[in-house]
Ligand binder design. Structure first.
Ligand SMILES: [Zn+2]
Ligand SMILES: [Zn+2]
Length: 445
């Protein structure tokens, strides 16, 4: 009965707006007495605050704090004083960016992606044959959910675990997360404009260009109006530093925004894109003539967009059941996942190491693109030695994630070498050669 309730719970809460976010965080804690649930609430809040104690949120919040503080100070002291209309509007805009950015950032972090209740079972028990079982959560994985090892829970429509919010990006916080990714670069562009203009106007009167030299006289006063404080060297240094941060953030976060928009308008998470790639691979290999249709793409970008962005801030759906393509059903993707899992045992998609790799996060010797596109995760990198064999489970264009094939002794001891490595360092073993080589080795033995 308890499990039934937990499935229905999000559906009921849907109409109640923000309550949904709270209830989902509670997982399956329903059915407790008043006091215990209150105590639990307290503890969960404490647990949520702990999310801040991590390098990701600390760096992100520091960047936000530095950029907005310096932008506000630069504006009101030197560049655009508050006693002008433009200055007031500029000030309100700057505060507005900061508030909006923090609002979306904290919502992405604290609302969280939505977790599948522990011990979850499909409403119709016969459907469980189409689903994978999560041993950690002791329940079935509902469609589109995946287990996150960092959150230690099965996450609704999981896209990835983001260290910057120290939480997963998934069903409930997808809109907040993406809004943050849009607002942060916009705010940074505004701030960068203020920084540049402050430095320009403050230094303009002090710079004198000679034939072969540039002189900056920091003691010279600005002619037009005298600010409350002179633009000193520390102020100049702080502004220049903040400009660097703002430009860096604009580029890096702007790129992440483009990636997330692609995910949203296709209604296909990065994990699902990988499953689809493997589905194509599997069908092509077996020549089954199946046609794999990705079930969650509703056919129009706008429809897909509206699934995530709603006026209430709560995305469409309960995070368990999803609208699907007319030729598909609720379990099209989970059945494909099960087929791939079974297929994994039958044929081995192995990769052989062709180039050594030392396990560095941003290896310089593996090319610029590998260096720049290093996966933004805390997951480990594994060092590679030529000749080793790996079993890749997912990847990006430049990086792959997988298990090293270990010796029998190591495998028996329960060792596992799992992590990221540059795609450049490995080569796909053809299925035949992979099988042949193992059979050859066996013959030799
Ligand atoms: Zn799980
Ligand atoms: Zn996570």
């Amino acid at each position: 009965m308890g499990k039934r309730q937990s499935l229905e719970e999000p559906c009921q809460a849907k109409e109640q707006g923000s309550q949904l976010q709270w209830k989902n965080k509670q997982g399956s804690s329903e059915g407790d007495g008043g006091t215990t649930s209150l105590m639990r609430k307290g503890f969960e809040n404490l647990h949520e605050v702990k999310r801040l104690c991590h390098w990701g949120p600390m760096i992100a919040l520091s960047v936000i704090a530095i950029c907005s503080t310096v932008a506000v100070l630069d504006s009101i002291i030197w560049y655009w004083p508050l006693d002008t209309t433009g200055g007031s509007v500029n000030f309100i805009m700057l505060i507005n960016w900061t508030v909006l950015i923090l609002y979306n950032y904290f919502n992405a972090m604290f609302v969280g992606p939505g977790y599948i209740p522990l011990g979850w079972k499909p409403e119709n028990s016969q459907d469980s044959v189409y689903l994978q079982f999560c041993r950690v959560c002791q329940g079935y994985k509902s469609p589109r959910s995946h287990h996150c090892r960092k959150c230690n829970r099965c996450v609704m429509k999981m896209d990835h675990h983001c260290p910057w919010i120290n939480n997963c990006c998934g069903h409930l916080n997808h809109a907040y997360f993406t809004s943050f990714l849009l607002l942060a670069p916009l705010g940074c562009v505004h701030a960068a404009f203020i920084f540049t203009m402050t430095m320009y106007t403050q230094l303009y009167d002090r710079i004198s260009f000679g034939w072969s030299s540039v002189k900056i006289d920091m003691s010279a006063l600005k002619r037009t109006h005298s600010p409350i404080m002179p633009f000193s060297v520390p102020a100049f240094a702080a502004t220049l530093f903040a400009l660097g941060l703002a430009l860096g953030t604009t580029i890096a976060v702007g790129m992440l925004f483009c990636i997330q928009m692609k995910v949203i308008v296709r209604n296909k998470t990065s994990i699902e894109a990988w499953i689809e790639e493997k589905a194509r691979d599997r069908i092509q290999y077996y020549q089954t003539g199946e046609e794999f249709i990705f079930p969650y793409d509703l056919g129009s970008r706008w429809e897909n967009f509206k699934q995530v962005f709603t006026w209430s801030g709560v995305p469409e759906g309960d995070g368990v059941e999803w609208p699907v393509h007319e030729k598909c059903h609720q379990h099209t993707l989970t059945i494909e996942q099960l087929k791939q899992k079974a297929d994994k045992r039958v044929r081995s998609i192995q990769y052989r190491v062709v180039e050594d790799y030392n396990g560095a996060c941003c290896p310089i010797s593996k090319g610029l693109r590998t260096f720049l596109r290093t996966p933004c995760t805390e997951e480990p990198r594994i060092s590679l030695t030529r000749g080793e064999v790996l079993f890749a489970t997912r990847g990006t264009k430049w990086w792959m994630y997988g298990d090293k094939v270990l010796s029998e002794e190591q495998a028996k001891a329960g060792d596992r070498m799992r992590g990221w490595f540059p795609r450049k360092c490995v080569e796909k073993c053809l299925y035949d050669t992979a099988n042949n080589s193992t059979s050859e080795e066996k013959k030799e033995n």
